[in-house]
Design a protein around this ligand. Structure first.
Ligand SMILES: Cc1cc2nc3c(=O)[nH]c(=O)nc-3n(C[C@H](O)[C@H](O)[C@H](O)COP(=O)(O)OP(=O)(O)OC[C@H]3O[C@@H](n4cnc5c(N)ncnc54)[C@H](O)[C@@H]3O)c2cc1C
Length: 438
């Protein structure tokens, strides 16, 4: 092909995925241009708050030591909410240091500085408008200002990936395929956070809380709230399935207000000042709706490919590692001067060997199974857990046997047997999915 390439690889999107891909290419000694539409790296991005050590160490190696995190998160709790209270499980261990609370802006700034030092050319404030194609191959990108040409383009442009859609690499998302999420950054002084969450001054511990359960008068909505402790801010947010929100004519903000006024959460955020409000989508397409990952001259990675495991709140690690594998594939293609879809399918083989496609395969039906049973998970069992603990904790001078018997029989009274069997079957199949996963 007669094209004047001005670089070896173009990466669109400077989130964790794009930076990791660009870094891999630069480490391989090739020229790479990393493009992002945001004026400042990270200013268009949003997440809950935790990034994970193993993937960071793999990508940033010795530079990991300089990560500007705010707290190490070593207390994780999951709470089932009822309108008036909650039942929660906490896992807390100071030796557990996989998750770090870090603001997205600081994370991206740090990642890009490292990438630039390793030779990545970074073009901020540059929107990629379309891909340039010739003879059936992607050969570059057109931005508002100029055109860049390279034999390989890596799409790391996040959940909306208009460029992947342009190439028909993936289908248009349906509302059920995405979670709409909103988050507030709430300022409190450091000491108040430490007192409220029982944290140390030296920032060596931090907390994350996940909340499940719908407001009582709401139809079943697949939703999850989250709260992360930072140095002198809290991140409080909620995500809900877009189809459920639309069906119930509910605004996601109503769910955030519900959490903010809940007895469990209100005291934790009391007197906090809202610094920031942001919204973002999370793909839930998973393994079954995975896009075509490569085409002639192009590779797709990170959120753009739907690589996320929302059951475990993992996304940045999928983005970092898939970016690295995309970069590695680009290097092999350059070495062999072969940019065809056939050659680039090496990327899928690499992903298959990694935790990314193993886990996405294992969880391929779990989200749908949980989604189908959302009325039980969100509207029914939180209240049955509450009833159970009311019996366990009430010294009400009534026969425990009678109370527990009535409690067990109440499952049949207020829920028909068919629904209970479906719940049990769904739970059992989730366990089997994990046991027989890859
Ligand atoms: C509410 C919420 C909470 C989350 N919590 C967590 C968590 O706690 N831990 C975790 O690991 N993950 C979490 N995630 C998921 C995580 O944020 C994503 O998986 C991760 O950011 C994906 O990285 P990425 O690089 O693929 O995409 P992104 O981070 O979305 O980056 C895409 C980049 O592409 C740029 N871009 C897009 N289009 C163009 C274009 N046409 N031209 C130029 N640039 C473009 C954007 O500006 C952006 O910088 C959360 C997500 C949400 C929404």
């Amino acid at each position: 092909m007669d094209i004047n390439y001005n670089t070896d690889v173009i990466v669109v999107g400077a989130g964790p995925c794009g930076v990791s891909a660009a870094l891999e290419v630069a480490r391989g000694g090739k020229k790479v241009v990393l493009i992002d539409r945001a004026k400042y790296a990270g200013s268009k991005n949003m997440y809950g708050g935790a990034i994970y050590k193993t993937a960071l160490q793999e990508i940033f190696q010795e530079d990991f030591e300089t990560l500007p995190y705010e707290r190490i998160i070593n207390s994780h709790s999951w709470a089932f909410l009822t309108d008036t209270g909650s039942c929660s499980i906490t896992f807390q261990d100071e030796t557990n240091s996989e998750a770090y609370a870090i603001k997205r802006f600081n994370l991206e700034k740090w990642m890009i500085e490292i990438a630039k030092k390793k030779g990545v050319y970074f073009a901020p404030n540059t929107l990629v408008k379309k891909l340039i194609q010739k003879d059936g191959y992607v050969v570059g990108v057109e931005t508002e200002l100029e055109e860049y040409y390279a034999p390989i383009v890596i799409l790391a442009d996040g959940v909306n990936s208009l460029l992947a859609k342009e190439l028909n690499l993936r289908e248009k998302y349906q509302p059920k395929d995405v979670i709409l999420s909103v988050k507030e950054t709430i300022k409190l002084d450091k000491k108040t956070i430490e007192e409220r969450f029982n944290l140390k001054e030296d920032l060596t511990n931090g907390v994350t809380k996940m909340y499940l359960g719908n407001p009582k008068d709401t139809n079943a909505i697949f939703m999850m709230g989250f709260l992360y402790t930072f140095k002198d801010t809290l991140m409080l947010g909620v995500g809900a399935n877009l189809a459920d929100l639309a069906k119930n004519k509910l605004n996601i903000n109503d769910l955030l207000e519900y959490l903010k006024n809940h007895n469990d959460i209100k005291p934790l955020i009391k007197d906090g000042q809202i610094l920031e409000y942001s919204a973002h989508l999370i793909p839930e397409t998973g393994y079954n709706k995975m896009p075509k990952l490569t085409d002639n001259g192009v590779i797709i990675a990170g959120d753009a490919a739907g690589f996320i495991n929302s059951v475990h709140f993992e996304g940045t690690n999928y983005a970092l590692i898939s970016g690295k594998l995309a970069g590695k594939t680009a290097l092999s293609a350059l070495e062999n001067s072969n940019y065809s879809q056939g050659f680039l399918s090496l990327y899928k083989k690499e992903l298959d060997k990694s935790f990314i496609l193993k886990d996405l395969y294992t969880y391929r039906n779990i989200i749908d199974r949980l989604y189908d049973r959302r009325s039980s998970i969100m509207n029914y069992y939180p209240y049955k857990i509450k009833e159970f603990f009311e019996i366990v904790t009430s010294a009400n001078c009534k026969s425990k046997s009678v109370q527990f018997r009535n409690y067990l029989l109440s499952f049949l009274k207020d829920r028909n047997l068919k629904e209970l069997v479906k719940d049990g079957f769904a739970a059992f199949r989730c366990v089997l999915d994990i046991f027989f996963g890859r």
